[in-house]
Structures are given as structure tokens and as C-alpha cells.
Design a protein around this ligand. Structure first.
Ligand code: GLC
Length: 396
């Protein structure tokens, strides 16, 4: 079997149907529910394979889990009890937090490939409710804050250690799990009120990845609104402009030209964040100036002693004191992060670097299979071997 055939069999194993809804699990062996940004990646991959109905169904099922207030939960437990790992503080069959808001971009990709305006019209109001919920409930100065590490999508990220006040450089999986469950417990205690929770100062971060994805998706919302002649065009134009200004003001260190996440309502930057792969993500949303992009790529991404390993891009620079090549979000390479960076490189005209990243990502999957994450030094694969978003290599 060639790589694509192997991948198609991975998809098949993970496809599920509930009533008339169809969705794809991230990995049936480890992640038996529907996840927000995973489904967006799946929709992009299906679009690439011209499986447009599947792509649309992935979005439809995701939006079927949307709450009345507009939130799209990060997990939907279609076929099981929502309380199996923790108490989400809700009777719904979903989690009570969200994840990087990739939905508008996925819908835009489907639209670009199919020209299907009816599909855009079908989902537009739901998307509009979601992005307005994010802005209403989760923004300070037009940038979004997340209230749980699981919302960042980068669950055990080194850059969050500072926020927890962790002294040890290499905390165990169990220590981090306890912290995450405690943060959730405290959120549930507020009756799921993000503003009250932020006042408690437990965990609220203007996450670089989350805001990059948000900004890119505001561009997609603007595009979709224009395509269907929606009156919301004005709203998305204005929101986008304000978000770009805040992004540059709060997340860019003018001295170094590097971006980072921020905490304490955006007043303080998280130093470690610029030592991670997130530093390259703003390229995906077209934020850095040409000059800053050049610096990011030449001085940082291509630095063989930090990021440009045999199997890039490590989630933490290899010379960082917390770097662990085999740990979940603490040094390992993830295909979705490579995909974000690849898209950004192409948009900025770094074609050769993009090509190299694509080849190295293919090497990784050819060598180790469609694993969840990989060792950036020797390419060993970790986590389940049937992990769907690693198929993003086909969209590189
Ligand atoms: C892990 C990842 C998260 C992903 C989920 C399902 O929790 O950190 O980003 O969405 O698994 O794949």
C-alpha cells in the first residue's frame, strides 16, 4: 500500500455515524469522541481528497454540538457519557470549554474547492454566533483569552509552566494532569463564568496559537460574508482591523521582533513562548512584516541548533532547558504545527524552506506512520498510530 492508501484506511477506522451525523474521531484507539480543531483539520483533508460530502458532514456534526450561547465545545461525546474523565459542569453531552477556532477557515476551504454557496449559507449564522461569542465572552482589547490549557490545543505546553508557577523543569505527566483537572474544577465552580474565572487569576492566557487561528479565521469570516452578501461584512472588517492592531501591540516584542503568548490580561509576555514553535505561527495569519518574517525564518526556524532538526519543527527549541523530544507538546514535532508553518512559509514566498519542511514531514510519516507526535531528532513516532490530523501532510 502506498502512503495515501494507508491513510485512507486510517480514516475509515475512525469514521463514525450517529443518527444522520457523520464525523471522524481523532483516533479510535485513544480519542473516542469528536474534537473541535481535529474535525476542522479532517474537513480540510477530506476537501483535499475531493470527498466534499464528508468534509461538510464533519462541520455539520461539529456545529450540531454548538451551545445556545454560541460556544462550540472542544469535545462532543456523541456515543458516550460526558463525565467519563471529569466533571465539565454541564448536563450536555459535551465539554464546557472550546478549542482553537478553525471552523471558518475549514468552511472557506470547502467553499473554495466547491463554490457551494448554499453550504456557506447553511452554516454561516452558526459560525457568526461562535465568533461573536468568542469576542463577547473571551476578549480583552479584541484579543482572546483561553481559560484552560485544553483550550489551547497544546495541552502540556512548556510555556504554560510559568503560569502554574511550576518550579520543576520537567514535570511528570501526572503532575500536569492534576493541574489541568484542578483548573477545570475551579472553572466549573464559577458556574462556567469566564469573567468571574479570570478575576480569580487561575489560568487566563492570550495564547499565541489561539489568537493566530482566530485572526486567520476572522479573515475567512469576512471572505464568506462577502461571498454570500451578508450584512455582517462590516462587522468582520472592523473586528479584523482592531484585532490586528492589538495583536501587534500586545503579542509582539518590538525589541526582538518575536511574538509570544501573554498573561495577566495581556500585560506580560510569556518569555518561554518565543522559545517554542508557536513563534512561527503568526506567518499563517499573514501578520508579520516581510522584514520580521525574514528574521523569523532565517535566524530562528532555520537554526539547526534550535528548530531545524532532522525532523522539524520541535514544539520547544532543542536548546531549551525543558526540551524533551519524546514528550507531548514539550519538544516533540506535531504535523498540524508543521502544516501551519508550511502554509505561512508559502504565503510569504519562502518556497524552498516550505518544500523542505514538506519533505521532512513526509519522511517522518513514511518512517513512523500516522502517529500523533514525533521525536524531532530521530523521528520515532509516539501516541496512537491511527491519528487523523497527521494526514495534513497531504495538504502541504
Ligand atoms: C490532545 C491534543 C489536542 C487534540 C486532542 C484530540 O488533547 O493536545 O490538541 O485536539 O488530543 O486529538
Amino acid at each position: 500500500m502506498n502512503l495515501k492508501e494507508i491513510y485512507l484506511s486510517v480514516l475509515k477506522v475512525n469514521q463514525r455515524t450517529t443518527g444522520d451525523l457523520m464525523y471522524t474521531l481523532p483516533s479510535s484507539s485513544v480519542y473516542p469522541c469528536q474534537w473541535l480543531w481535529d474535525s476542522c483539520f479532517h474537513a480540510i483533508i477530506y476537501t483535499k481528497f475531493e470527498e466534499f460530502d464528508r468534509a461538510k458532514d464533519e462541520i455539520r456534526s461539529l456545529l450540531a454540538g454548538q451551545w445556545e450561547n454560541g460556544m462550540v465545545p472542544h469535545m462532543i461525546y456523541w456515543q458516550r457519557e460526558a463525565r467519563h474523565i471529569c466533571n465539565w459542569g454541564t448536563d450536555k453531552k459535551t465539554s464546557s470549554i472550546t478549542q482553537p477556532p478553525m471552523i471558518a477557515y475549514a468552511v472557506e476551504r470547502i467553499f473554495e474547492a466547491t463554490g457551494d454557496k448554499n453550504f456557506v449559507k447553511e452554516v454561516f449564522d452558526k459560525l457568526d454566533n461562535y465568533y461573536k461569542w468568542l469576542h463577547r465572552e473571551r476578549s480583552f482589547n479584541d484579543l482572546l483569552f483561553v481559560i484552560h490549557p485544553w483550550e489551547t490545543g497544546e495541552d502540556d505546553f512548556v510555556a504554560w509552566d510559568d503560569v502554574y508557577g511550576l518550579k520543576e523543569q520537567m514535570p511528570s505527566k501526572d503532575v500536569l494532569k492534576k493541574i489541568k483537572l484542578e483548573i477545570l474544577r475551579q472553572y466549573v465552580q464559577t458556574g462556567l463564568n469566564p469573567k468571574t474565572f479570570v478575576e480569580k487569576d487561575v489560568f487566563s492566557i492570550k495564547c499565541l496559537l489561539f489568537n493566530t487561528v482566530y485572526l486567520k479565521n476572522l479573515r475567512s469570516m469576512l471572505h464568506l460574508a462577502e461571498e454570500i452578501g451578508s450584512k455582517e461584512t462590516k462587522h468582520y472588517n472592523a473586528t479584523l482591523s482592531k484585532t490586528i492592531v492589538s495583536f501587534e501591540k500586545e503579542l509582539l516584542d518590538q525589541k526582538t521582533g518575536l511574538y509570544s503568548s501573554a498573561y495577566n490580561h495581556g500585560k506580560e509576555q510569556l518569555a518561554d513562548s518565543s522559545e517554542t514553535s508557536s513563534v512561527f505561527l503568526p506567518l499563517f495569519a499573514g501578520i508579520p512584516t516581510k522584514q520580521n518574517a525574514e528574521k523569523l525564518v532565517k535566524e530562528h526556524l532555520l537554526d539547526e541548533d534550535r528548530f531545524w532538526t532532522r525532523y522539524p519543527v520541535p514544539t520547544v527549541a532543542t536548546d531549551h532547558s525543558s526540551f524533551q523530544p519524546d514528550r507531548y507538546w514539550r519538544g516533540s514535532t506535531w504535523i498540524n504545527i508543521n502544516w501551519f508553518i508550511y502554509k505561512g512559509l508559502i504565503d510569504y514566498g519562502f518556497d524552498d524552506t516550505a518544500k523542505e519542511l514538506k519533505e521532512k514531514s513526509f519522511d517522518l510519516v513514511e518512517r513512523s506512520g500516522f502517529c500523533e507526535y514525533f521525536n524531532p531528532i530521530d523521528g520515532t513516532g509516539y501516541g496512537p498510530k491511527d491519528f487523523c490530523w497527521s494526514g495534513l501532510i497531504f495538504d502541504m
